[in-house]
Structure formats: structure tokens, C-alpha cells
Design a protein around this ligand. Sequence first.
Ligand code: ADP
Ligand code: MG
Length: 290
Amino acid sequence: AAPLVVAKSTTLAAKSGLLIRKRSSFEEARNIDTVIFDKTGTLTLGEFGVSDVVSSGDLTKEEIVKFTASLESQSEHPIAKGIVNYAKEQNIEYPQPNEFESLTGKGIQGEVDNKNVKVVSPGYLKDEQIDFDESEFQPISEEGKTISFLLINDKLEGFVALADQIKESSKEAIAQLKSMNVESMMLTGDSQKVAQWVGKQLNLDAITAEVLPDEKADFVKKVQREGKRVAMTGDGVNDAPALANADLGIAIGAGTDVAMETADIVLVESNPKDVVNILDLSKATYRKMI
Ligand code: ADP
Ligand code: MG
């Protein structure tokens, strides 16, 4: 009768919006004791709106938006979409950049109006030891907003702050996991301040910020070495190596193809509560078989 139970629950899983790509990982799901979530697009909607534009040099706010949007028009990052939408809403025109390349996990750079332009994270400024007045953006990032700095020929010109929204379902998912004695952690490429803010809102057990894609995968290994059975949940290209390393890799349905191809289970919707459903369904299915 066992295979029938599994077949039934696979149907049930499909009805609940779970696409099981690897049966053995679904079976393992009942033993998961730690869930690591990506932040942007997984715990948050991943839809950024511009909340502040600040100039710290000679440029006007419009010029800050112009240069930033020019580069971001070439990027697929949710931050990029937020900035480009804002420029359009404000009717701020921007030129096409001549060249551009992504600075993985830190931003983007290119050539605009014959100038080298970079749009980067606070972490990039720290790494490059570029001085900035923290008091200018500290209060903004403490509200959980993501800051993108504009550098022109390596001179800091200002920043754009963007706000994302935490999914209501993230709160419920993490509370339910807690009641099942499953730990919830968050991994993000975003800054420490933003991570702390989200961690507090969601009552997460642990947060790790400013991680590069490879470091996400290493982090999963590290937690496994501590004896944990780890599920990783993410949506981005940068989450794929971590999804591959986890005991259970879960991709959010609205995510990138790479994430979905790497995952053991794909959530049709983008609802973190489905992670709880996976653990429950695995327990129910494989308990019946004993
Ligand atoms: P996440 O874990 O939030 O998905 P990413 O690895 O995609 O993080 O990005 C990490 C950080 O790098 C972002 O928070 C942002 O500061 C910066 N970044 C990446 N891509 C861009 C971009 N196109 N424009 C501006 N900043 C970017
Ligand atoms: Mg993401």
C-alpha cells in the first residue's frame, strides 16, 4: 500500500501547489530541523519602491536618478526595476550606458556620458574604503530600507533608498516553524542593518548579511556540519548553489529558471507558508508507511 500513499500525497502536493522534483528529498523533508530563507523575493515581495533620493555632492536629485537609472536599465535585479520605474514615474530621462557589468552581490558599473558610473551597496564602500558620512543614511537603513550609492569616477555623489515589503505569510510561516521546533534563518546579500530590521520583524532565529552567492552555499554546508538537516528556500540565480547544497532545496515559484531547475521542490506560488506544508505533508506521508 505504501506506493499508493506516496502517489496520493504527490497528487495532494500538486493540489497544494508543490511541484516535487526529487522524491527522496521530499521524503527527507520530515527530518528537516532548520530552514534557511533568502530575503529579497522570498521573505519579502522583492518589489522595491524608491523612498528617498539624497545628493551629497553637486548633482541635483534628478541627476542622481538619471545616472542611476541609466545603469539599472541594464540590470534584472529587483533594485534595478524599482529605480527604473521611479525614473519613468518622475519623467526623468536617462541615456543608454555604453558598457556595463555587474559587480556580483555588490552592484553594477558602466560608462554613462563618458564617465565611469557605479551603483553599489554599503558593503562595496566599506571594501573599497570609500569614506562616507554614516549619519546621513543610518536612520534610513535602520528602517529596513536598502541603500544604493552612486559613484561617478569613484567619487560618492549620493544615494537612492528603496523600500521592499515583508510578506504577511512570512510572519505566519516562521511562527509555525517555531512551534514545530524548526529554526528559521535568513541569508542575504543586503546590508547588516536591513537584515537586522527584517530579522526583528519576523522573529528569526539567526540572520547573516552581506553574503555573496558562493558564501550562501558555504553557509548551508557550515550549518549541516553542525549536525542540522537543512532546507534552503530562495528565488534568485544567486541562491542556486545554496539550493543545491541543502538537504532540501525549495525554489519560490516566481523565481528565476536557474533556481527552479536546481531545487528539489518548486512552490507554484510565492508563499513561504508552503514550506511548512512540505514538512507537514512529508511527515504525514511517510508516517503512514511505517
Ligand atoms: P539578495 O540576497 O538580497 O538577493 P544580491 O546578492 O542580489 O542579494 O545583492 C546583494 C546586494 O548587492 C544588494 O542588496 C544591493 O545592495 C547590491 N546590488 C546587487 N545588484 C544590484 C544592482 N543592479 N543595483 C544596485 N545594487 C545592487
Ligand atoms: Mg532573492
